[in-house]
Design a protein around this ligand. Sequence first.
Ligand SMILES: CC(C)(COP(=O)(O)OP(=O)(O)OC[C@H]1O[C@@H](n2cnc3c(N)ncnc32)[C@H](O)[C@@H]1OP(=O)(O)O)[C@@H](O)C(=O)NCCC(=O)NCCS
Length: 123
Amino acid sequence: MAATFASWLQDPARLVVVAEEGGRMVVGFAAGVVLQGNGWQIPARLGRITDAYVARPRRRLGIARRLAGRLLDLLYEKGVGTVRLAAAVQNEGALAFWQSMGWSDLETVLERAVPVEGRDPEA
Ligand SMILES: CC(C)(COP(=O)(O)OP(=O)(O)OC[C@H]1O[C@@H](n2cnc3c(N)ncnc32)[C@H](O)[C@@H]1OP(=O)(O)O)[C@@H](O)C(=O)NCCC(=O)NCCS
């Protein structure tokens, strides 16, 4: 993960914002990326929020709200036409957070397990 973060900081398409406490201790972060779409189903310049995380003891203090707001401003400054993100349907806290920020459902991703040894687990 440390190597991944380091590579993001070198990548001009990536954005990372952090919430610090006491100037040194990171208690949360959010990250995004600017992607090239096809201008049709995917906007030509698409912002994607890839991560948002706040340390458990610091949740419900408005930290993610501020992180997401700053990250969105930076994505807009990079000229994105729209911003998307993905959240697991089981992650009720994250969904409630993004909905509270005005985000709404765009598409549903369906998943199906691969049959093992000829047996279809979904059958
Ligand atoms: C989702 C997450 C980033 C929210 O961080 P946070 O700093 O606690 O969020 P905020 O305090 O800014 O919340 C702002 C508003 O979002 C909503 N909200 C946030 N977490 C919520 C939860 N668990 N349940 C219901 N609503 C929630 C509330 O409306 C909240 O306002 P309120 O506290 O005044 O009621 C944090 O819970 C987290 O790190 N979760 C684990 C990682 C994760 O799932 N990331 C998202 C991946 S898409």
